[in-house]
Design a protein around this ligand. Sequence first.
Ligand SMILES: Cc1ncc(COP(=O)(O)O)c(C=O)c1O
Length: 444
Amino acid sequence: MSAEFTPMNRRKMLKTMALGAAGTMAYSTLSHATEAVTTPNFPLNLQNLSPQELAQDESFWAQIALFYDKAPNIINLEHGYWGKMSTPVQSNFIENTQMVNKHLSVYARKHYRNDMQLSSNEVAKALGAKNEEIALTRNASESIHNLIRQYKGLTSRDTVLYTDIDYPSFKDTMRWLGDTNNLKAVELTLPAQATQQQILDIYIKAFEQYPSTKLMLLTHVSNQHGLVLPVAEIAKVAKQKGIDIICDCAQSWGLLDFKITDLNVDWAGFNLHKWIGSPVGVGALYMKERSLEKVHPYPGEHDASNTNVNARVHMATSNFASILSIPAALDFHHKIGGANKEARLLYLQNLWTSKARKMQHIEVLGGLDKASSTGMASFRLVGQSSKEEVSALQKRLELEFGIFTVIRVGLASGCCIRITPQVFTTAHNMHQFVLALEEIADSA
Ligand SMILES: Cc1ncc(COP(=O)(O)O)c(C=O)c1O
């Protein structure tokens, strides 16, 4: 596990340096005494419960929570921004930071490239991709922005599509693509509450309405209300019409348990600092084998054979330690189990949405069927969707009830408050939130 994790290749590096490459540095000065931390025992699923059954086992999740530093005095229901590292990952990250800070360029110039590739391979394995299909980036934005900006061959006769539920910065970039190429950039509106079939139908209709569509941004899980799009089904129809897809998986990987092949897309952007639990500063770009031709290399980079995904990004100096901590983060994620995590978060979501849907003054936003739903969902007071009204509600939750949330402003239907529990959030926390909602709904 991560607490005992040795940074990849470091043993080899220590050996090399001890043998003289580093001159006078002695082994003892190179190694880091791992602090004696009392690591809790990882809970076992002794009865072999299904993810859905395990999701309701408070004692299992209470033991998982012991692996996370607890913040006092607030119920934090805003975990969509980035993820808290578990303590083993945090220890590993601190160790990696110390190691890099000690050895600086000697490490970076001699060993980092190889270690980075090993981390990249771990991402590929976890996503079910080939090693050559993944390039590490600093975040999902870098991956997606590069795909949008470097997409080739648009003309003024083309249309590009995106929706109101997409990540605001990517909507801006799609509009920029339209302006720069003097083409039509169309924003579709998806319902604030939807099923998979309804969403698919909207896309099918849009493809008919905009037959010149060449490129489309597709968000797997919306950052507004956690709505899941039926990506594979939409992609199937889009591909028949020759439409290219850039898939935003920033919010989905780890919140949902899936492999990249499940999505049927050629290009996707990820991060690991949300739901995989890595340190901040880790993203990934997926480009399916033989799909690189349509995306320019990063300006100035060369890739005549169109086989090098890494040529689509320019990482420059990045957080070495974050990248080195990828295996530890994936290790911990897999230890909990992707399916267990998805089921637990969905269970916590259901605890509040099932009650809130029955409250007269509350409007719950997000998926209407299970396949469209995640642990993340949103709400607002009926008829109150302005930024001022929703901000006031967010403040009230924080100041009156000690519950921290975030306002989202991107939906065509107006603003909402996003509720995002984490694996260490308790059922009791969700109950406290429901009590707050009841009080708010009663006074509305
Ligand atoms: C749907 C979605 N896309 C993209 C991003 C950007 O991710 P990153 O911060 O890794 O660039 C976010 C971040 O919140 C997101 O929720």
